[in-house]
Design a protein around this ligand. Sequence first.
Ligand code: AMP
Length: 122
Amino acid sequence: MQKTYDAQNIFARILRGEIPNKTVLDTPHTLVFDNINPAAPVHVLAIPKGAYVDFSDFATNASEAEITDFHRACAKVCEMLGLEAGGYRCITNAGAHGMQEVPHYHLHIIGGRVLGRLVDPA
Ligand code: AMP
């Protein structure tokens, strides 16, 4: 499914330097920064620098270099932030049912405490 990318979304603006962020890791294809509203002691967001709406857009249309860089950056951040020992959770929300707020693909990397169940019963 072809998805239209909104170049005014807040993560696009962060990538253009129009909005500040607390950068954790910056690589050729990926930016990782602190979530402004953390859900746990560690809560960072990893975003590709390319214009991808969500997970499936990224997985389908990004280059192998972008996909590799993104996942290596996420793994590096887990190590850098001390998450490997206790564990962590990576989540990506997509579309209306996923309750995605920002239409630029991002992976939430969350940890620093026991996180509870993944999904609340409806
Ligand atoms: P999602 O619902 O998966 O689209 O999550 C969007 C996330 O972006 C939320 O957890 C917000 O707290 C986070 N967020 C929104 N604006 C900013 C910002 N300027 N800097 C860092 N995180 C942000």
